[in-house]
Design a protein around this ligand. Structure first.
Ligand code: GDP
Length: 136
């Protein structure tokens, strides 16, 4: 597998609960490098744009409100097979289905407040890194 970059977000629930360092240790222990990192608070417009793929879903409005409810950390991760590797470290979207020793199993509150985001494909990683870092 080739060297890849992917986007990671520490969502408002995990940031607020003080889990950022513990989550980043799990990311680094998996062999991923945190190349860039910044803290910000999304506007409603940014959240709606970022999650526009879900705009028809019943949870879209609630999801956008959650994502603007507090500061987040956005990060560029790099490593071999980074996209899939980070998705594995994150665990399933629904923490009840997440495997042991995954970020979501340990830190997620619910299917919505699930601690972290990670790009799900090479195409989306490029788009999402561009969204936050204007590069890929
Ligand atoms: P991910 O790639 O694992 O983050 O999952 P998705 O792309 O399917 O969903 C994006 C985000 O929407 C998830 O991380 C959750 O925060 C939220 N989400 C997904 N499914 C649900 C749901 O059924 N209900 C609610 N309230 N939020 C959801």
């Amino acid at each position: 597998m080739s060297l890849q970059k992917t986007l990671s977000i520490i969502k408002p629930d995990a940031y607020k609960a003080g889990h950022t360092n513990a989550i980043n240790s799990m990311i680094e222990n998996a062999g991923l490098i945190i190349v860039k990192k910044k803290e910000l608070q999304l506007t409603k417009e940014q959240a709606q744009k970022f999650y526009s793929v879900h705009s028809e879903k019943p949870f879209y409005d609630e999801l956008c409100d959650f994502m603007i409810s507090g500061p987040i950390i956005v990060q560029m991760l790099e490593g071999k097979d980074a996209i899939n590797l980070y998705r594995k470290v994150m665990g399933a979207t629904n923490p009840e289905e997440a495997e042991e020793n995954t970020i979501r199993k340990k830190f997620a509150n619910s299917i919505q407040e699930n601690a972290v985001h990670g790009s799900d494909s090479e195409e989306n990683a490029v788009k999402e890194l561009e969204f936050f870092f204007n590069e890929n």
